[in-house]
Design a protein around this ligand. Sequence first.
Ligand code: HEC
Length: 147
Amino acid sequence: MKKLNIVLIALLGLTAVSAQADVANAEKLVSIYSAIAKNANPNYTGPSAADGKVFFNRKIKLGNGKDMACASCHTANPANEGKHVVTGKAIRPLSPVVNAKRFEDFEKVQDKFTQHCVDIIGSDCTAAEKASYITYLLTEKTPTAKK
Ligand code: HEC
């Protein structure tokens, strides 16, 4: 993952990023991850919200036999508040459209992303998966009405 970090930082160096979190930052991240994906695979055709949605809801069997998806904690609607399956703690919505605090700090996002992918999938997600995933988050703008 060192290599990815270096590429990412190099790209970040070229793109002045405002400290302000929000949709623009998330979009910037999509273009960075897309650039990395394109670099890794010249046939890469760009991020897809549909792929991101599948990725988000895909259930993966963990070592303990339990099925877990990103949606397990973040809920099937990333515009909703999530709930940690283990600790029961509330998690603020992941969608940057709803929660301007998301994707504020690129380093933090990168670390969390890698950490969650390793926890759930067993290895880091690819740049293409990350680009699609954030693209998908950007399409989720409306929280589901609370029951
Ligand atoms: C076991 C519960 C759990 C699962 C499963 C989970 N997450 Fe998370 N996620 C969290 C918690 C807790 C936070 C941090 C809460 C916060 O920052 O408000 C978080 C934060 C994040 C963030 C940070 C966003 C930011 O701007 O800080 C990203 C990105 C993320 N998760 C992606 C994923 C992805 C991708 C998956 C599936 C591969 C996933 N998560 C699965 C619990 C989970």
